[in-house]
Design a protein around this ligand. Structure first.
Ligand SMILES: NC(=O)C1=CN([C@@H]2O[C@H](COP(=O)(O)OP(=O)(O)OC[C@H]3O[C@@H](n4cnc5c(N)ncnc54)[C@H](O)[C@@H]3O)[C@@H](O)[C@H]2O)C=CC1
Ligand SMILES: CC(C)CCC[C@@H](C)[C@H]1CC[C@H]2C3=C(CC[C@]12C)[C@@]1(C)CCC(=O)C[C@@H]1CC3
Length: 346
């Protein structure tokens, strides 16, 4: 057992701090006067006032070094959903989160803020204004979702044991976007450049949440600051969104047109595209030992593009005073401006 020194309430660690959300989070934490340790398998940048610890979160000893004298841990590391690697998700999201919890406990950490995902309740069918009490997806649509569910359960169970002095809360963002995001805008533009963004899947009226990264960061920091023994946050999950559901295809079109590409115009039936995506996924699975194929339109992406999925943040508003800081319109402008290299013709 490591020797415990009294942690400072302003000393925190961001696991996954080299990633998109993690880096925005720690920049904000530094602005607010926190001392930050980053723990990640890769070091993507350097920042004054931030100490980097490179390591795998499945390695308890490596974690213990980064968690020394830390009172708050933000765990926002995960393999990318697109990796579609079952063993990797199991190892990092489930076994790794168990290791993070053990290490927090051993190091005397007081609070764990886990980045979960609103998609833990998504099964590929419509969710309208979903609340946190919706049941977890019984048939999760991909390995990412399956392991995010197990991860969230682990963190909430540990809180229920009411280990004195160790509290947990899970934040469930949805469709995070913003400057430096390696997923949404780059994948969308790559599809457009390959001529794959001509079609709208379904009738185009489906509403979804896209959440600007600074609002997600704000939700995490509020959660850390409101998480106290006997507060309603203990062991709970909170949706954090922009609270402005938007038509999926309007959002995509605004990003595409903002960067100089044409918006999709022709419609394709949802069930047809979903069926094709499922078939391609199965073919890719069978061929995986020989060749690795990654179809642009995975069943998960098609489901996300063709159904309603937006969530209520009433619980976060009530328990921690959450309100999005950046409205959607402004968030889209800032995002588009941040990708000059993805502009058409650049
Ligand atoms: N991007 C999105 O739209 C959404 C993301 N989330 C969750 O937010 C969190 C952050 O996501 P992003 O910033 O988008 O992802 P990201 O891929 O940009 O960042 C994840 C970070 O985790 C690190 N990491 C992965 N495996 C690790 C390991 N074994 N040990 C140490 N570090 C490891 C990576 O190196 C990376 O820096 C994740 O937990 C994700 O599940 C939830 C909802 C939506
Ligand atoms: C090719 C096009 C049909 C779609 C291009 C955009 C997509 C890459 C994104 C649209 C919705 C996004 C999303 C996620 C990743 C990127 C998108 C599929 C998540 C799966 C990321 C991880 C989560 O926890 C849930 C997200 C839901 C929305």
């Amino acid at each position: 057992m490591a020797t415990r020194t009294r942690p400072s309430s302003k000393r925190c660690a961001v696991i996954g701090g080299s990633g998109f959300l993690g880096r925005h989070l720690l920049e904000r934490l530094v602005d607010r006067g926190y001392t930050v340790n980053v723990f990640d398998i890769r070091q993507a940048y350097e920042l004054p006032g931030v100490t980097f610890h490179r390591g795998d979160l499945c390695d308890r000893q490596a974690l213990l070094v980064a968690l020394k004298e830390v009172s708050i841990v933000f765990h926002c590391a995960s393999p990318a959903p697109a990796s579609d690697d079952r063993a990797l998700f199991q190892r990092v999201n489930i076994d790794g989160t168990r290791t993070v919890i053990q290490a927090c406990h051993e190091a005397g950490v007081q609070k764990l803020i886990l980045t979960s995902s609103a998609s833990v309740v998504f099964e590929g069918t419509d969710i309208k204004n979903g609340r946190e009490d919706l049941p977890y997806a019984k048939k999760p649509i991909d390995y990412y979702t399956e392991t995010k569910i197990q991860q969230e359960k682990l963190s909430s169970e540990i809180n229920q044991i009411k280990e004195k002095g160790f509290l947990t809360v899970a934040i469930r963002p949805h469709g995070i976007f913003g400057p430096r995001d390696p997923q949404l805008v780059p994948i969308l533009i790559d599809a457009a450049r390959r001529g794959k963004m001509k079609f709208i899947i379904g009738d185009g009226s489906n509403l979804v949440d896209f959440t600007y990264v600074e609002n997600v960061v704000h939700g995490h920091i509020l959660a850390a600051e409101h998480l106290k023994a006997d507060s309603p946050l203990c062991g709970q999950a909170y949706h954090i969104t922009n609270d402005e559901p938007v038509r999926f295809w309007d959002f995509m079109s605004q990003i595409l047109e903002g960067l100089g590409y044409s918006a999709p115009r022709y419609h394709l039936p949802y069930t047809l595209v979903y069926g094709i995506a499922l078939l391609l996924w199965l073919i890719a699975l069978v061929l995986r030992p020989l060749i690795r194929i990654k179809p642009t339109f995975s069943p998960m992406r098609v489901a996300l593009a063709g159904t309603h999925h937006y969530y209520s943040c009433a619980r976060a508003k009530k328990d921690m005073g959450y309100q999005p800081l950046v409205p959607l319109r402004e968030a889209i402008v800032r995002t588009v401006e941040s990708y000059p290299h993805l502009r058409k013709g650049a």
